[in-house]
Each structure stands twice: as C-alpha cells, then as structure tokens.
Design a protein. Structure first.
Length: 93
C-alpha cells in the first residue's frame, strides 16, 4: 500500500489541538475502566492480544457513527500506551 500521508505537506497548526482532543478521549476511556486492574499487573503479550482485539473492533465500526470510531481509536491507543508504559518501566527498572 502506498503512503498518501507521506507525500503531503504538514499543517502543524492543527496537530496540537488534535492531540489534545484525542488525549482527552484516551483519558476518558481509561477512567471508564478504572475499576479494572492496572496494566502493570499483566504481561505485554496479554496487552498485545487485547490491542489486536481493539483493532478488530475499530475495523467493525469504521462505517458507523464518528463517536464510535473515536471511542475505538482511543481503546487502540490506550492499549498501545499501556505496552509502551510497561516497556518504559521495565527498561528503567
């Protein structure tokens, strides 16, 4: 697959706003699940399997309501963040 994004000039002005909004979406999804165990109590293999589940769920809602898409994107990003956080904490020990 070609990379159409790589060939377009960036408009950095909107990046901060998009990141801030998406970060808030991620935070809200984490708060909804705050009753569950912390991600540092599970393996990255388990988190990766859940990440793949969330990618599948995102694929299923791609033609639906934008709010569903945003929520699933936040789930995907949160599981990727959890893996990165566990790796960072393991590295820094």
């Amino acid at each position: 697959m070609s990379d159409p994004i790589g060939k377009q000039p960036r408009h950095w002005v909107n990046d901060h706003d998009a990141l801030q909004k998406f970060g808030n979406d991620m935070y809200l999804k984490l708060r909804e699940n705050s009753h569950k165990a912390h991600w540092n109590t599970v393996s990255n293999d388990w988190l990766f399997a859940r990440l793949m589940d969330e990618v599948h769920e995102l694929n299923e809602v791609m033609d639906e309501d934008p709010e569903k898409i945003i929520r699933e994107c936040a789930d995907v990003a949160n599981f990727a963040m959890m893996i990165a956080d566990n790796a960072r904490n393991h590295e820094l020990g």
